[in-house]
Design a protein around this ligand. Structure first.
Ligand code: HEM
Length: 127
């Protein structure tokens, strides 16, 4: 019998496809946001696809899935973008809306928030 505590967040969220769906929803909201969209302006379609794939891989790995993230660390990837505390607040709102829209509640939601809040200080500058 598998104990609940042995089930990774990756599995509880529904695995790779569910996390990919979450990332697609999140990136679509971010890239269409009137304030945050500017961060992805001028990126080619293939760059956007690569960033999307790396974000899927990152979240799969950090949630305990069988995926090896081969991108840059979070500080390096966002260094120099000048992401402000205000930007971060808008990002979190979209992140929470995505959790709601995909019906992620309770402990799964709390664990997602813990992961994302844990990287705020390496992404947001101007603090
Ligand atoms: C306000 C919040 C955020 C903004 C505006 C933002 C924006 C960006 C942009 C513009 C890039 C491309 C950088 C480049 O040109 O090379 C990028 C890369 C990336 N971001 Fe974010 N990001 C945010 C938060 C996050 C968070 C919370 C995560 C993780 C959960 C994340 C994961 C990634 C990954 C995995 C990459 C690709 C790294 C690589 O190229 O090696 N981002 N982000």
């Amino acid at each position: 019998m598998v104990l609940a505590s042995e089930i990774s967040l990756y599995e509880r969220l529904g695995g790779y496809d569910a996390i990919a769906e979450f990332v697609d929803e999140l990136l679509s909201r971010l890239q269409n946001d009137p304030e945050l969209g500017v961060y992805w302006k001028g990126h080619s379609r293939t760059s956007l696809r690569t960033e999307r794939q790396l974000t899927v891989d990152y979240l799969c790995e950090i949630s305990g899935g069988p995926v090896y993230y081969r991108g840059r660390d979070m500080k390096e990837a966002h260094d120099g973008l000048d992401i402000s505390e205000r930007d971060w607040g808008i990002f979190i709102k979209h992140f929470e809306d995505c959790l709601d829209s995909l019906d992620i509640h309770g402990k799964d939601r709390d664990d997602c928030m813990t992961i994302v809040e844990g990287i705020e200080n390496v992404i947001a500058e101007n603090r």
